[in-house]
Ligand binder design. Structure first.
Ligand code: ADP
Ligand code: ADP
Length: 232
């Protein structure tokens, strides 16, 4: 796993008066989950889109495992990043197996290896029986199952880091708690460095090894353990 460092990362959209993200400096330690929490409009999604270069930094730098993201070409950068969003982003016309195999296929894995990886991931995220699940289309799955597939897809090519943007935000409360618990168990095994965005402070405390509070582009509290932030 690789450390993610935000070094005075600043993003100003167009000629907006205020920066969406203003000189954010933050370290996400290798193998940890850092929960980025704060009100809507605080710049959380912006921070994630800068990491995978869906948006360009206005100034400052972001490093993954010591390498500036500006020194990587965006396509190969993205292949090393697992991205999970609230709306899952699964392709409806593709089976679960094909959705999970997207990045491996692009990377040139052969069909057998891709399929074996998809089946392995389906059991890792608790979708059984894998043979049945692999052949389904997204609309044949519940919301919770779709988000499990979203997580499996993000992990397919064994990324260096994971970016998770309100991954459980669209789920009903019970499914949400189940997926939180299962993701924590999975994370304890795979130990991917992860940035986990949520507007829910309770979810941040539960999911984050450390949490950072973002408000209106600026950081209110540094990435630290929930205990230390809440008693500060
Ligand atoms: P959060 O994820 O914490 O809700 P965002 O990163 O989505 O915050 O937004 C931070 C600020 O940047 C907001 O003021 C928002 O309106 C603005 N913003 C976000 N994306 C864009 C964009 N593509 N173009 C212009 N402004 C944007
Ligand atoms: P989860 O806790 O993962 O959200 P649900 O309780 O919503 O699961 O779903 C329970 C069961 O119903 C699942 O095993 C799933 O296979 C099935 N199911 C839900 N939606 C659909 C659907 N649209 N088509 C087929 N099966 C479905």
């Amino acid at each position: 796993a690789a450390e993610i460092v935000f070094d005075n990362a600043t993003k100003r959209y167009g000629n907006a008066d205020t920066a969406a993200l203003d000189q954010l400096s933050l370290t996400v330690h290798a193998g940890e989950i850092c929960a980025l929490v704060g009100p809507s409009g605080g710049g959380k999604t912006t921070a994630l889109t800068l990491v995978n270069r869906m948006a360009d930094l206005t100034s400052g730098d972001i490093r993954i495992g010591g390498t500036s993201i500006n020194d990587l070409d965006p396509i190969s950068l993205r292949r090393g990043i697992g991205y999970v969003i609230q709306q899952t982003g699964l392709f409806p016309h593709m089976t679960v197996e094909a959705n999970i195999g997207l990045v491996p296929k692009i990377l040139g894995w052969d069909a057998r290896r891709t399929s074996a990886r998809a089946h392995e991931l389906l059991s890792m995220v608790g979708l059984a029986p894998a043979e049945d699940m692999a052949a389904r289309y997204p609309n044949q799955l519940s919301g919770g199952q779709q988000q499990r597939v979203g997580i499996a897809r993000a992990l397919a090519a064994d990324p260096q880091v994971m970016l998770m943007d309100e991954p459980f935000g669209a789920l009903d409360p019970i499914t949400r708690v189940n997926l939180q618990d299962e993701f924590l168990k999975l994370h304890a095994k795979i130990r991917k460095t992860a940035l986990f965005v949520t507007h829910d402070i309770d979810e941040a405390i539960k999911m984050g090894d450390r949490i950072a509070i973002l408000r209106e582009g600026g950081i209110l509290a540094q990435c630290d353990t929930p205990e230390r932030i809440l008693t500060a």
